[in-house]
Unconditional design. Structure first.
Length: 499
């Protein structure tokens, strides 16, 4: 059986703990790989390698860093398919989704290639008599990233390219459910010329995570995952004196006004709710239909959802793949099975779905729940699967109040032809990312990604300007130099003394 080992100091390092986790092909249910699970001692060894590498990398020139990053960008582009195939094999998403994930990660690498302009400081001259004040940003040291299973390439690329561009060294702890993409990213970075020890990949479970959170030589931790874990990461790492950005869960709403193009809204709802099998924190999981359009909108969504082809991710005709594990599939199904008892109309029930020839895969079909109550489990929880809830509101104000009452504030969207309503919505809604006739408003790389309320713990969003600020710290230098004409007698600096 294939084994995924750690990547430390620019080379593969076999696991020493003796503990391994299974990696499953979600389409077949077969365990295809095992991944080494690091002990606290192995985490410490990786941190020491990164700490040593920081001594030179942190002092390296911006030209040297960007040279590596430009080469890295070219290698990633050339290896898009290979990375996407690893994602499909271990996560299960269809190849086109996996390619899209790599493309979005590449945006952050491209931002990192331009780090020279992002790290320019500030200078104020003559704030007093021959006194100048400058502000600079410097790297933190060794930083860590803990990333989720749903985007095994993109989310790591949201973190380490900016971190190393800023002069830090990095420890990546990816999900143990789909670890191979992270190793491939690290191998390509080494091929691009990134010095050994600057980017390290340590695989593991809670033991490795807790070791990272408590390690005295790690200055900052980035995390993307569920809200309970994000809260734990933030609390624990902060208690150990670390800077933390911890992105949590979501319950993203799409408000559809009566004047909206309902065909466009239905298309958007289907792609945003069921794409990547709903396993993404920016999925639309709740549609709020305003006024008399609800019945028509639900019917249009149902018509489109019934046509989605579900199958193995490596089948080019598949539009949606399986879920990551059988346990997760069963949990998602439980929300659908209990929906009717909690007052919902089950328009589509995707539970019990199988694919011929792949009966042991982690399959579930598309589910659509109408007239969902705000106190039901299907509405309150982040399901993280292909289940779309429809709620009804009589007015715009009622819809906004419903959305703002959610404890989550990650992303949201409005569909309308009315510019005034859209303007009100973007100002009144309590969420970190807003789409206007855009169902999944993930910002481009040079803007930052992050939510509000229980969707974010910490002060910094991820990537963009926030990401650069997170991976650096400011320093202000106040300087006063005597005028050359005041040089002591006997010292000739070549300046005339008659002025």
């Amino acid at each position: 059986m294939k084994t995924v080992n750690h990547w430390i100091g620019g080379k593969t390092v076999e696991g020493a703990s003796g503990n391994y986790g299974p990696v499953t092909d979600p389409a077949t249910g077969e365990v295809t790989t095992q991944v080494a699970l690091a002990s606290a001692e192995e985490v410490d060894a990786a941190v020491q390698v990164a700490k040593e590498a920081f001594e030179s990398w942190g002092q390296s020139s911006l030209a040297a860093r960007t040279k590596v990053l430009f080469a890295y960008r070219a290698l990633l582009d050339a290896n898009r398919d290979a990375i996407a195939e690893l994602i499909t094999a271990e996560h299960g998403k269809v190849h086109s989704d996996a390619l899209g994930e790599v493309a979005r990660g590449l945006e952050i690498v491209e931002l990192a290639c331009g780090i020279t302009t992002q790290l320019k400081g500030e200078l104020s001259t003559s704030v007093s008599n021959r006194v100048d004040v400058s502000a600079i940003r410097q790297p933190l040291g060794v930083v860590a990233g803990i990333t989720p299973f749903n985007f095994p390439a993109m989310v790591p690329m949201w973190m380490f390219p900016l971190a190393v561009a800023c002069g830090n060294t990095f420890i990546l702890k990816p999900s143990e459910k789909d670890p191979s993409a992270s190793n491939k990213l690290a191998e390509l970075a080494a091929e691009a010329g990134l010095p050994a020890g600057v980017l390290n990949v340590v695989h593991g479970d809670k033991v490795a995570v807790d070791a990272l959170l408590a390690h005295p030589d790690i200055a900052a931790v980035s995390f993307v995952g569920s809200t309970p874990i994000a809260r734990h990461i933030h609390t624990t790492a902060s208690a150990h004196g670390k800077r933390v950005q911890a992105l949590g869960g979501a319950k993203n709403h799409m408000l559809v006004l009566p004047d909206a193009d309902l065909d466009a809204a239905a298309d958007a709802a289907v792609s945003a709710a069921y794409g990547s099998a709903g396993e993404r924190c920016m999925a639309i999981s709740a549609v709020v239909a305003v006024g008399s359009i609800a019945d028509t909108l639900v019917e249009k969504i149902r018509e489109r959802a019934e046509k989605i082809k579900i199958g193995p991710g490596n089948d080019p005709t598949s539009e949606m793949g399986p879920l990551i594990t059988a346990a997760h599939r069963d949990k998602v199904a439980s929300y659908v099975k209990g929906a009717a008892d909690q007052g919902a109309d089950v328009v589509l029930d995707g539970t019990g779905y199988t694919v011929d020839g792949y009966e042991n895969g982690h399959w579930i079909g598309l589910s659509l729940l109408d007239r969902v109550k705000t106190d039901s489990d299907a509405y309150r929880d982040e399901i993280f699967g292909p289940v779309l809830c429809v709620l009804r509101a009589e007015t715009y104000e009622e819809g906004v109040a419903l959305i703002n009452a959610s404890p989550f504030g990650n992303g949201t969207a409005i569909f309308t032809r009315d510019g005034g309503a859209a303007r009100r919505f973007q100002l009144e809604i309590q969420a970190g990312m807003v789409g206007v006739n855009v169902p999944i408003p993930v910002p481009v790389g040079y803007h930052s990604f992050g939510g509000w309320k229980d969707s974010l713990f910490g002060d910094h969003h991820i990537y963009g300007n926030d990401g650069i600020h997170f991976y650096t710290r400011g320093k202000v230098v106040t300087t006063r130099w005597p005028d050359p004409s005041e040089a002591p007698a006997g010292v000739d600096l070549g300046f005339p003394r008659n002025h």
